[in-house]
Design a binder for this molecule. Structure first.
Ligand code: GLV
Ligand code: MG
Length: 325
């Protein structure tokens, strides 16, 4: 291990994260009653310009008056290039900061963007005398944000998670896509020509590099990597496949842009019973080996390395968090 310590963000469940437009007050209670881990009340792209001000008021009222239970509450502020963003921060943190856990910064491009919002939030928190510190979630969804993802990830002690915003990322990089977060038939390879045989087309995951790049920056800074939207909410199989490949790459959660996607995200991002059992057995084997003074730990005839023990600890901790909700 490196001598360099990696401080971990607060351990929050972030298997599912529901997007709720701040202008759609009729959706708030349903979101509060749902099984989602984190809700972000949106002021940005799901809210039309002439509704921004009302959405901000709706969010302040909702944060103060609705019983959100133990859910983690976030707001997605407008971009730093708009004239809405400063009031999003000042008004909501001033008037509803006690119930706000996180602020999501969209289209973050540089570490200086994070610094600017950190400075504003710190001033408001200090003026209000809040004890709790609001955390940051960053959407990596532009070419600039992806280029600077490592600096962004390290830019503030408030940072908790990085999110892959595939829709804006596709627009920013001018990628060819047909559906938000889906695959593309042109991102494929043909198997070699073999006399007398038909050639197969193997579809690939065109988002592999972007997600993997973000996961590395997030994990190297102790943050949660989270996969963003999957647009076709009438395609649960497509959602599940996208969530699974994100989980395989290291993501620990995925957005839900429709309530029907919450259960799917929770299902894919929760450890299975078999995984929990195995993890517990690994930890027991480690404890036995320690008690008997053995240096090497083995289970079912196989040596267990340090990485498997670490992963087992993380998994058991997550299972406890889920059970404790
Ligand atoms: C999310 O904001 C996205 O652009 O995908
Ligand atoms: Mg976006």
């Amino acid at each position: 291990m490196s001598f360099f310590p990696i401080e971990q963000a607060p351990a929050r469940l972030n298997r599912s994260e529901l997007a709720v437009p701040g202008s759609q007050v009729n959706m708030f209670q349903k979101a509060a009653d749902s099984d989602v881990d984190i809700i972000f009340l949106d002021l940005e792209d799901a809210v039309a310009p002439d509704e921004k001000e009302q959405a901000r008021k709706n969010i302040i009222k909702a944060l103060n008056e609705i019983d959100w239970g133990t859910k983690t509450m976030s707001i997605r502020i407008n971009g730093l290039d708009t004239h809405y963003m400063y009031r999003d921060v000042v008004d909501i943190v001033e008037q509803a900061g006690e119930r706000l856990d996180l602020i999501m910064i969209p289209k973050v491009g540089t570490a200086a963007d994070v610094y600017a919002v950190d400075m504003m939030v710190t001033q408001v928190e200090d003026a209000m005398g809040y004890k709790k510190r609001i955390g940051f979630e960053h959407i990596i969804e532009t070419a600039l944000g992806m280029q600077n993802v490592s600096e962004i990830a390290a830019a503030s002690k408030r940072n908790e998670s990085l999110h892959f915003g595939v829709a804006d990322y596709a627009a920013s990089t001018r990628a060819r896509t047909t559906s938000i977060g889906g695959v593309h038939p042109d991102y494929s390879v043909l198997t070699d020509k073999v006399e007398g045989e038909e050639r197969d087309t193997h579809w690939g995951d065109m988002w592999h590099y972007a997600i993997a790049r973000m996961v590395v920056a997030a994990r190297a800074n102790g943050l949660r990597p989270i996969d963003g939207p999957f647009g076709d909410f009438q395609d649960p199989d497509g959602f599940r496949a996208a969530a699974k490949r994100a989980a395989v790459l290291g993501c620990e959660g995925k957005w839900a842009i429709h309530p029907s996607q919450i259960a799917l995200a929770n299902e894919v991002m929760s450890p299975s019973d078999a995984e929990i059992l195995k993890a517990n057995r690994i930890l027991e084997a480690m404890a036995d080996a320690e008690a008997s003074g053995k240096g090497a730990v083995s289970l079912d005839g196989r040596l267990i390395d340090y990485a498997s023990i670490k992963q087992a600890e993380v998994l058991v901790e997550k299972a406890k968090q889920i059970a404790g909700r």
